[in-house]
Design a protein around this ligand. Structure first.
Ligand code: FAD
Length: 390
């Protein structure tokens, strides 16, 4: 999560410079990419009511991001799944595909950018994903496993979690070819006592280590959207440019039950999609830390007083929805260098017992076919630098 902090800093500067960037995304034929089940949202034929003809879907998943894509792929082994994602597919997006374009992708503030800039109520400049694959398409690609303590706190079955890791790792995680700056960072961390050196490991353990990366040796990014290749194509439908606006409820029982959603397609036309009438059918929200509570609130689940103030009919009062969000604190040190430094994102990390996570990136770049924009003092042409964040 400290990587998130790095980006806040970059974005801060990008925004100050008031960058104008255009999108590198283009129209694509999704079936070319081993994903024939990915379609544009406008291809959907709406169901009029839940009580009408039964829907084919056991699950509707809202948000095809880091969590939503693997969830859809695994559920599709046994169930029929509809995955709705507001952004485009990432496969032909050069900003997403190459490590070189990490910064430029975050600087792209065009409406079709895979990265959506926002400023939190505390005034912190940040970005969230708007693309199939979610945060894995715009993040720094560092991969690590969770701590046993985290798994326990989350109430997950540790055996199932352990079995699930290799499924992800085989498909999209690699060991980095450690860049010179990352070696220097490793030596520096050990020198100041962030030890022992744990070598290459996915485990989140105290000391200094080299973790996994979702970039391959040539700097090509693998994302959660690539995990959809493991789905059962017979059981999965993925709609891109499908922005869900509201969850629909059946209120005839004792408790309201989520039975469908309203979504807008790429032309602004609205559609309704419903789950099947099986009692086990569910609408699952995986729209991110901001998107999920936003959708609950828009649908009438949240603090009743807040909803009434916004003229949203209350479906279920819950005082916690949309509350308790906080920004990730971060301190960064920028080290200017006279000679260009090889570009690297997060490979080496230091994890201290105080809970501090120390990481670093180096250099700047952009491929010749990516969007072109001036990054001012952050640009690779003007200076080279390395960055350490905690
Ligand atoms: C710049 C940056 C660098 C980072 N670096 C790292 C790193 O190196 N390592 C690491 O582990 N973590 C990193 N993170 C954090 C990590 O990427 C996120 O924690 C993770 O992606 C969150 O996953 P998610 O599934 O909850 O949400 P997301 O991956 O954001 O997925 C949510 C999806 O829902 C979609 N959505 C939202 N609302 C709607 C709607 N109404 N209708 C339809 N779709 C909707 C969004 O478009 C998005 O695709 C970084 C984050 C950022 C921003």
């Amino acid at each position: 999560m400290a990587s998130l902090g790095i980006v806040k800093l970059f974005l801060n500067i990008f925004f100050c410079l008031n960058l104008l960037a255009s999108s590198a995304q283009g129209k694509e034929d999704y079936s070319k990419y081993r994903y024939p089940f990915i379609k544009a949202a406008s291809s959907f034929t709406s169901s009029r009511t839940w009580t009408g003809n039964d829907s084919p879907y056991d699950y509707i998943i809202v948000g095809g991001g880091t969590a939503g894509c693997p969830l859809a792929a695994t559920l599709s082994e046994k169930f029929r799944v509809l995955l709705l994602e507001r952004g485009d597919a990432p496969f032909a997006n050069l900003n997403v595909s190459y490590l070189q374009n990490f910064h430029i992708s975050l600087a792209d503030t065009s409406p079709t950018s895979a990265s959506q800039a926002f400023i939190s109520t505390d005034g912190v400049i940040n970005a969230r994903a708007r693309v199939l694959g979610g945060g894995t398409c715009i993040n720094a690609g560092f991969y690590t496993r969770a701590t046993p303590g985290f798994i326990k706190k989350a109430g997950w079955d540790s055996e199932i979690v352990k079995e699930s890791y290799p499924w992800i790792e085989k498909q999209i995680v690699r060991w980095p070819q450690v860049a010179p700056w990352q070696e220097a960072l490793r030596n520096g961390l050990l020198e100041v006592g962030v030890s022992p050196f744990n070598g290459f490991t996915y485990d989140h353990i105290y000391g200094t280590k080299i973790g996994g990366t979702t970039f391959d040796k040539s700097g090509r990014r693998y994302t959660a959207a690539h995990l959809l290749a493991s789905a059962n194509p017979e059981n999965l439908r993925v709609l891109v440019h499908a922005t869900v606006e509201k969850i629909l409820f059946d209120k005839t029982g004792r408790q309201p039950r989520a039975v469908g959603v309203v979504f807008k397609d790429e032309y602004g036309n609205r559609h309704q999609a419903f789950v099947s009438k099986r009692m086990e059918s569910e609408v699952i929200l995986s729209s991110g830390a901001i998107g999920s509570p936003q959708l609950l609130l828009l649908s009438g689940i949240g603090p009743a007083t807040d909803l009434k103030r916004m003229n949203i009919p209350v479906v279920l009062h819950n005082e916690f929805v949309g509350k308790g969000m906080s920004d990730n604190p971060m301190n960064s040190i920028f080290v200017p260098t006279k000679k260009p430094v090889k570009q690297s994102l997060i490979e080496t990390v230091g994890i201290t017992k105080m809970g501090v996570f120390i990481e670093g990136s180096s250099g700047f770049g952009q491929s010749s076919d990516s969007i072109q924009c001036n990054h001012g003092i952050m640009s690779a042409e003007v200076s080279s630098r390395v960055l350490v964040s905690t």
